[in-house]
Design a protein around this ligand. Structure first.
Ligand code: NAP
Length: 290
């Protein structure tokens, strides 16, 4: 339910991804648009990787107000755009496009969303292990580096992708970075000193909630903060394993809300109703409180 009357003047924003069936964003964004009294709707559209350039042309030709990009389009979309903001350029990935009279401008609100959901946890000097090296990992890694973490270790099955992010961080900052595959020998030492582990892979997401990202849960220890970008389910298997071992945990729901609030603000110039977005996202996931 959007709570608005669709008319000839209704503006449209969309989420493009593959898959998108798991997304809470339509419920969350439509609730926010209704709360602000906007004549605007938000829909989720499944776009196969090969169809992304055509879909982006469609954003121009159909006059969509803007789009969000999700897995696996955040990096692939870059050549399809007219310009990118500083945050998207620095991160090297785009999760939000603003259509300015036919010119498509790419932004990245994932990094600031990730940071906001940390709720004051200080990254300064910390050892951060990031599982995965896709578009979301880029935003997380660059954000951590710009917050002066002590060390960033990227763990990914395709080492080249992790290496590319590590090189980006070395270009931008003096933060020590390492790019490793999941069975690298150095990892057992690294996990002993790790303060924060962030899962940016989709492993553990519905419809396969029993899956774990590439980490042995026995390396998790009290004092560690474990942050899973997945929000469906809210308590992933990784977070459950972490809680059983005395770790603090953060689910991806907060990041979803904050990155969405920033995107909405970019499209409309209005301050997003964050509480409404939290409520809608929780309702959609069937959680009354957590
Ligand atoms: P992406 O660009 O496609 O990257 C996915 C990463 O996961 C890649 O590093 C990939 O490894 C790895 N991966 C995928 N399947 C794997 C498997 N079977 N085994 C090992 N590694 C695997 O996707 P993304 O845009 O970064 O999104 C990743 C996840 O973050 C998604 O679940 C998305 O929903 C979530 N996310 C959440 C938020 C939020 O607000 N909470 C925001 C952004 C993203 P390779 O490099 O080897 O292919």
């Amino acid at each position: 339910m959007t709570g608005i009357n669709i008319s000839a003047g209704t503006r449209v924003a969309a989420l493009l991804g593959y898959p998108v069936g798991h997304s809470v964003s339509p419920a969350m964004m439509n609730a926010a648009m209704a709360k602000l009294g906007l004549n605007m709707v938000y829909v989720a559209l499944e776009v196969r990787p090969a169809d992304l350039p055509a879909a982006i042309d469609g954003v121009r030709s159909l006059g969509l107000t803007g789009v969000n990009l999700t897995i696996p389009h955040k990096e692939a979309v870059l050549p399809c755009l007219d310009a990118v903001s500083d945050d998207a350029r620095v991160i090297g990935a785009v999760n939000t496009i603003v259509n300015q009279d036919g010119r498509l401008i790419g932004h990245n609100t994932d990094g600031r969303g990730f940071l906001a959901a940390l709720e004051g946890y200080r990254l300064n000097g910390k050892c951060v292990v990031i599982l995965g090296a896709g578009g979301a990992a880029r935003a997380v890694a660059v954000t951590c580096a710009l917050q002066s973490t002590g060390e960033i270790v990227l763990v990914n099955r395709t080492r080249e992708r992790a290496l590319a992010i590590a090189e980006r961080i070395t270009d931008l900052t003096r933060v020590k970075t390492l790019a490793l595959v999941p069975d690298a020998e150095e990892l057992s030492q690294i996990y002993r000193r790790a303060d924060l582990v962030v899962n940016t892979t989709p492993l553990g997401m519905e419809p396969e909630p029993e899956r774990l990202p590439p980490i042995d849960p026995d390396v998790l220890h009290p004092g560690m903060l474990v942050y899973d970008l997945i929000y469906r389910p809210v308590r992933t298997r990784l977070l459950q394993e972490a809680e059983q071992r005395g770790c603090r945990t953060i689910s991806g729901l907060g990041m979803l809300v904050y990155q969405g609030a920033l995107a909405l603000q970019l499209w409309t110039g209005e301050k997003a109703p964050v509480e409404t977005m939290w409520e809608a996202a929780r309702r959609e996931l069937g959680i009354m409180s957590f």
